[in-house]
Design a protein around this ligand. Structure first.
Ligand SMILES: Nc1nc2c(c(=O)[nH]1)N[C@H]1C(S)=C(S)[C@@H](COP(=O)(O)OP(=O)(O)OC[C@H]3O[C@@H](n4cnc5c(=O)[nH]c(N)nc54)[C@H](O)[C@@H]3O)O[C@H]1N2
Ligand SMILES: Nc1nc2c(c(=O)[nH]1)N[C@H]1C(S)=C(S)[C@@H](COP(=O)(O)OP(=O)(O)OC[C@H]3O[C@@H](n4cnc5c(=O)[nH]c(N)nc54)[C@H](O)[C@@H]3O)O[C@H]1N2
Ligand SMILES: [Mo]
Length: 760
């Protein structure tokens, strides 16, 4: 195949500090380019303020209203806003100009640049182009296709994590009233392992800290997370914690700039000086080595306690936990050399970090995708939880578990019932409230949904936001699977690959974004979201909508319900459509923790959901106790010529949305087709920095190849390479995932390299 010339690239050494004034400059430049001055001013002033909208970037919480900065956002939050509030439009004229075949040949970046969707569009089986359609016709078509199915289980309803609580609640209610639990979501590819592990261990699948705990912590572990890019507001929290005396240990194969140093642009020192040093220690762990590291630490902790009783918290263990004796027996039996080998770390540095961890009285453990996107993710999180339990760090001020969520409302969507495996209590509550029977059989998660289309077990896919086709693994398989669908529908703000590779009939329903005013006959409506620490608050848009023909997600769900279930259905869809207070009343009646929802959410700053483990050391597990877990770490045989590849985010993207080509902190700009490799690995495999290679994953079933990647010599451990997602999803077999959580193992893909000719 002919090679294509690579775009101009520049490679510089990685940076050692994140944010600073250049971050402010970049955010202003991007905002002005995309939105113009008036909209820039209007939006940036109210992001994350009590009277404004919740930043559509990440799920890191805002400080209490009085403690907020005048500007409570970050460079990447500003980019996320600019991407939504941009002036470009993918309108009917755009679709008349570009055929589906044309759009299929375009990059993710190009599709996003086309701008906001403005009007409902449809592509029927023999069409070459999308054509405008009316809202009523679109809903009638969707309802007709659904009703024609053999069973509701042949339809799948995906959700991405920007959807508001109100829209998510109504969406799951619609889907279950229709008769299926096929409600996969982005969480299936994200923090699912966290939910599974924490539900088993402490009885609730959410983190056990609030923002205030960071001020009291004495040690903070940041494991498998790149906050400088993905949760930049977390850096201010860490800066404060650091100044309060906390030690920070970063556990990450890469020396990510945001872990090392933070130049706070809101403070004089951050603008002019060197900023604040964050991590006291950085452990450059090998991909997938974390379970071994925590197991080693837990073993040493138990051993040290024999010498210095009180190293672990015996009172807490005796009163609140089960499984301690089994754990100790197991830890005593493991082979330290196997564990150390798996970490890829130097024994002395592991010891040094252990001394810090063992001395902690108030330990916070933070983690994200570097932990969850592995085959053994659940075991790793159980092992990290073991550490927290040994020290009694749950339900103690200044300590706890802190999974850092991705999408701004992904946690809320799950609270609202977006889940393919709903619990009986929740279903029974819905039935009691609405008098409508709910299905019990579990549905498909994200990967299983793709398998179902591939194997002819599903016909209709509806996406509430997101871009499942690019987000899920095994891109070629996923695309072929989705082309077999009879109908695909996307409710979205922006064009992406999931709109152009679709079923025989494809429909686009354009929706309002977070930034926009949601007007209704009952007055302007607001929605609510839940952040990573269980805080619920309101979000109100401030901009006029991108087009007069947009509808809110809530209205779209209700309109579809009316078309599908009829005007006489037991659920009052018409009322819900225009009155979000009415929806919140029903959430209060069916979801625990939402007492006086409408009243409390109107208090600036909102309210925090109860969390039995954090608040009362009450553990809703199978035996009513916090559970230690025995997990097995096995030695990995070395395969000559094989590396592990992690697929991660650049500083210039939001998941599958590619903002640009400048991975600023890593010093890589101009092109995303790069593979970051250790110097010795490059030499051992017979390559040189700058060579162009094909990446081939080594799964047994067949070869998967990503062509034309430039080798970048990078400070990553031996055997651990890195490349950007979503391009590298072509390499990941659908079956390469966590058995317990179903999450694709996107951070440990076995690969080999071949000299490449260039990209096609
Ligand atoms: N600007 C921006 N913000 C975002 C997003 C975005 O795309 N752009 N996405 C949002 C979403 S949905 C999510 S889930 C979060 C994602 O936030 P992150 O989890 O920070 O995202 P990744 O880029 O996947 O980074 C994974 C990090 O884990 C490290 N890592 C990889 N494998 C391992 C391992 O085996 N062990 C350890 N210890 N570390 C490892 C990588 O080197 C990298 O630093 O961010 C959210 N916020
Ligand atoms: N290889 C690999 N694969 C991964 C990951 C990885 O690290 N490596 N990360 C995984 C993770 S953590 C996640 S969360 C998933 C992300 O998976 P998704 O959540 O499915 O993907 P996004 O790229 O966030 O979705 C972006 C699209 O959402 C739509 N959108 C934006 N805002 C709104 C809104 O307000 N309403 C509606 N209705 N639509 C909106 C736009 O059309 C936009 O194109 O990807 C996963 N896939
Ligand atoms: Mo995510």
């Amino acid at each position: 195949m002919p090679g294509r010339r690579l775009p101009a690239m520049t490679i510089k050494p990685p940076k050692h500090a994140a944010a600073g004034v250049s971050a402010v400059a970049v955010s202003l430049k991007r905002s002005l380019e995309r939105m113009g001055p008036a909209r820039t001013l209007r939006t940036l002033r109210v992001i994350n303020q009590p009277e404004g909208f919740d930043c559509p970037g990440c799920a890191w919480p805002e400080a209490a209203p009085g403690a907020r900065h005048i500007i409570e956002f970050c460079e990447n939050g500003a980019k996320a806003v600019a991407e939504e509030a941009m002036s470009a439009r993918a309108d009917a004229a755009f679709f008349a100009k570009h055929s589906i075949a044309d759009l299929e040949g375009r990059s993710d970046h190009w599709l996003g640049e086309a701008g906001r969707l403005t009007t409902p569009m449809i592509k029927r089986p023999d069409d070459t182009h999308y054509r405008p359609t009316g809202w009523d016709d679109a809903f009638a078509e969707i309802a007709a296709q659904l009703v024609a199915l053999e069973h509701p289980d042949r339809s799948v309803f995906y959700t991405s994590g920007r959807t508001s609580n109100e829209a998510a609640y109504l969406y799951q209610l619609l889907v279950r009233s229709w008769g299926t639990n096929n409600l996969p979501d982005c969480s299936n590819m994200c923090h699912e392992a966290t939910g599974v592990a924490l539900s088993e261990a402490i009885g609730v699948g959410k983190g056990s800290v609030t923002l205030a705990d960071f001020d009291e912590a004495d040690v903070i572990l940041i494991v498998g997370q790149n906050p400088g890019t993905n949760h930049p507001r977390m850096l201010s929290t860490l800066e404060t914690a650091k100044q309060g005396g906390a030690a920070i240990i970063a556990i990450n194969p890469l020396p990510e700039a945001g872990l090392l140093r933070f130049k706070n642009p809101q403070k004089a020192r951050g603008v002019a000086g060197d900023g604040t040093k964050l991590a006291d220690l950085h452990l450059p762990i090998a991909l997938g080595g974390d379970q071994a590291l925590f197991q080693l630490w837990n073993r040493w902790l138990v051993a040290r306690d024999r010498e210095f009783p009180g190293t672990i918290e015996h009172d807490f263990i005796a009163r609140y936990t089960s499984g301690f004796d089994d754990l100790v027996q197991h830890l005593d039996s493991v082979d330290e050399s196997v564990l150390l080998e798996r970490t890829g770390l130097d024994g002395a540095e592991v010891r040094r970090a252990f001394d810090v961890v063992a001395s902690s009285k108030r330990l916070i453990i933070c983690w994200a995708m570097g932990i969850t996107q592995h085959v053994g993710a659940v075991s790793t999180i159980r092992e990290m939880t073991n550490l927290a339990l040994l020290g009694g760090h749950i339900g103690r001020y200044g300590a706890g578990l802190c999974p850092v969520r991705g999408h701004s409302n992904v946690q809320g969507d799950r609270t609202m019932g977006i889940w393919e495996r709903p619990g009986e209590t929740f279903l029974a509550a819905l039935e009691a409230e609405f008098g409508q029977p709910m299905p019990r059989e579990h549905g498909f998660d994200a990967v299983d949904a793709i398998r179902a289309f591939r194997d002819g077990r599903a016909d209709v896919m509806i996406g509430m936001g997101g871009n499942l086709l690019r987000a899920v693994s095994d891109t070629d398989v996923a695309e072929a699977a989705m082309r077999t669908a009879k109908l695909t529908v996307q409710v979205s703000t922006k064009l992406n690959r999931s709109h152009v590779v679709g079923g025989q009939t494809s429909i686009i329903l354009p929706t309002l974004g977070r930034t926009e005013i949601d007007a209704s006959p009952h007055g302007d409506q607001f929605v609510t979201v839940e952040d990573s620490m269980g805080l619920i608050h309101a979000s109100r848009g401030v901009l006029p909508p991108a087009s007069d023909d947009l509808r809110s997600e809530v209205a779209i769900v209700c309109d579809l319900a009316l078309a599908l279930l009829g005007a006489n259905h037991r659920v009052p869809w018409r009322t819900f459509r225009d009155d979000h207070d009415a929806v919140r009343d029903r959430i209060e009646a069916t979801v625990p923790g939402f007492d006086r929802f409408n009243e409390r959410v109107r208090v600036p700053g909102g309210f925090t959901l109860p969390h039995a483990a954090r608040d009362e050391r009450r553990f809703n597990t199978s035996d009513g106790l916090a559970q230690f877990a025995v997990t097995a770490v096995t030695a990995e045989p070395k395969v000559t010529g094989q590396l592990l590849l992690q697929t991660l985010r650049s500083h210039d993207q939001y998941n599958t949305t590619i903002y640009g080509f400048d991975d600023r902190y890593r010093g890589i700009s101009g092109d995303r087709h790069v593979i970051m490799m250790n110097t010795a690995d490059i030499a051992e495999l017979g390559f040189r920095d700058g060579d162009i290679v094909d990446i081939i994953s080594t799964f047994a079933d067949r070869e998967r190849r990503a062509r034309g990647y430039r080798i970048v010599d990078y400070p990553t451990p031996r055997g651990s390479a890195a490349a950007y997602y979503p391009e590298t999803n072509v390499l990941i077999a659908l079956d390469h995932r966590s058995a317990e959580a179903g999450t694709p193992a996107s951070k440990a893909v076995p690969i080999r390299l071949e000299a490449g000719a260039g990209r096609v």
